[in-house]
Design a protein around this ligand. Structure first.
Ligand code: SF4
Length: 247
């Protein structure tokens, strides 16, 4: 069933097909509901948003920036990590920088090279490891460290429903069920002041919905994927889940 006489751009799980305007309303309302229901934001926040320049992080930054414009006590900053992946991260960081300049958002960039002495590409020349296994650990460490230094009250990330489903399946396959228990729209060690609490406003949005929102709202016009992603365990699990979903 179509939502109205306008051309539909996406079908949602209820079976309804939505036009651009109705989809934008549905998508944004879903995120605002997640924020309310899981109390992701307090009245006064100095928020950090982890920005990679991809569709998920641009979408979450765009939505939180909208909220910030309605409520000046919610201050929004972007933070990016430059791992040093030639031909990929330089492009996405350029997109991220342009977005922040256009929307007047403070943009902080930190690099592996400055913090650890080597880029990821350089590390991979001397270490016999899978790229994502070290890259993910260094990025989480740096994001937390810099968020503390910048006095962010919370760190928002662009994780979507597909990412979370993949994480649950990966934990299951690695027999690490305790890690799945720590997932959710609001994670992080709330009681430990060494960690900045993480929030995931896109938690109930599918990858397809985020992609549709990002492109139809002009947040990005190109799709970039890290060249190392194809070798990751996550990519294998993602492909397996997509095959199952497509039947
Ligand atoms: S796909 Fe892997 S190597 Fe590439 S940015 Fe993500 S974690 Fe790092």
């Amino acid at each position: 069933m179509n939502c109205c006489n306008e051309k539909p751009i996406i079908g949602i799980y209820s079976g309804e097909k939505l036009c651009k305007n109705h989809f934008t309303e549905y998508f944004e309302n879903k995120i605002f509901k997640t924020i309310r229901q899981f109390e992701l934001l307090d009245k006064d926040e100095n928020l950090g948003v982890a920005l990679s320049g991809g569709k998920d992080s641009l979408t979450v930054l765009h939505i939180l920036n909208k909220l910030s414009q309605q409520n000046p006590k919610i201050r929004v900053n972007a933070i990016a990590i430059d791992e040093g992946i030639a031909g990929y991260r330089d492009k996405t960081l350029e997109t991220a920088k342009e977005f922040c300049e256009k929307n007047n958002i403070k943009f902080h960039v930190f690099s592996y090279k400055e913090e650890f002495g080597l880029t990821l590409d350089e590390m991979l020349k001397i270490l016999d490891v899978k790229p994502c296994s070290i890259c993910g650990i260094f990025r989480r460490y740096l994001l937390n460290k810099k968020s503390k230094e910048l006095r962010f009250t919370k760190l928002a990330t662009g994780h979507n429903l597909d990412d979370e489903a993949q994480s649950i399946m990966m934990n299951q396959m690695k027999n690490n069920l305790a890690a799945s228990a720590r997932l959710g729209p609001k994670t992080g060690l709330i009681e430990n002041d060494k960690f900045v609490q993480r929030i995931k406003p896109l938690y109930f949005c599918t990858e397809k919905e985020v992609m549709t929102y990002a492109f139809t709202n002009g947040l990005l016009d190109d799709f970039n994927e890290c060249p190392n992603a194809v070798h990751s365990f996550r990519a294998q699990v993602r492909d397996m889940l997509n095959e199952m979903e497509n039947g």
